[in-house]
Design a protein around this ligand. Sequence first.
Ligand SMILES: [Zn+2]
Length: 398
Amino acid sequence: MILIKTTLITNLTVADICAGFEFSEAEGKGLFGWSGKLTIQPEYQRNYLYAQNNGEKERAVIDSILKGYPIGLLYLNKPRADEDKYEILDGQQRVTSLGRYIKDLFSVTDSSGHQQYYSSLAQDVQNLILQTPLTIYICEGTETEIKSWFKTINIVGIALNTQETLNSVYSGSFVTLAKAQFSNSRNTKLNIWRSYVKGNVLRQDYLRTAFEWIVKSSDDTKISEYMSRHRNDTNIDELKNYFDGVIDWIKKIFTAPKSEMCGLEWGRLYETYHENKYDAAELDAEIEKLYADEAVTDKRGIFEYVLGGSKDAKLLHIRFFEESTKKTVYARQTEAAKKIGKSNCPLCAIGGGRNSTKIYKYSEMDADHVTAWSKGGATDIKNCQMLCKTHNRAKGNF
Ligand SMILES: [Zn+2]
């Protein structure tokens, strides 16, 4: 049972809430408003996302105000009963949009199609924005109660993803430092990371990857344990150094980046292979050869294949024989076998056992590369033979 005291406030305006608004470009978030009394983006909140997609959403907030539409309820938390300080529980994206507009950080298109910054608007239009009343709920409760409730109300908007939720649950010095490194769109290392790690920096995907790598698992429980253990740490050296170590290893081994490298399980690959010695030039030549090979249908598998010494061709999903090829070869083998009274599986036929004269049905056989793909054999009718399933499995190579 959660007990939160709420008070409805309707006498604050856009001007009140945006007074003293500060936006941090470095952190990508709104910092303060309401003359310093309001923390716009507490640590457990997600980054500012409304500037994405060319600012579509932040412009929509201003359009709503200009058209007199409501922008929805804002929920503020008052962490201490005896202190006149507040944090935004829900509405930080909207408040940040308002503050950024008044600070001339973006423009909107007016009814005649012109771009209008706040400072270029007519005085009466500026006043209309500033005097717009906001509907605000102020909530008082313990941190645990508020956070638990915050998780509930956030289902309405852009739902928090798993990592954003974990950040809110384990908010503190460690998460703040980790976000400054891994959730910071101004971090110049992002340009390198993007080649290997897929995702949206503001939605915590890089931070998520850093945690998955250090705990060597994508299991939320393991990540929670790690975040809990380090919650009050004042440095993120272990997390950062491990992540950088993986990235440096990839760069050293694979000197020619390929788009298929993005989003591979680099943490697992690093753990499995980083103690092996590789010649980057040799790997590069091998990779180019595999990229040029039409039989390789999964280019993403190439990297682990070469790390493993070019042995496990399953990773490459080598193109298999066409059904028509298999049927033609089956018919030809079966006809020839029947003529000489031997099995239509060539390996059974020479084996001399009790299956040496057995004629298998098509469904009891599988196609096999006579010369293995790994030894240069092509996936064509000339290199195809049908074997009984037992022999095919026993041969088991590509
Ligand atoms: Zn056989």
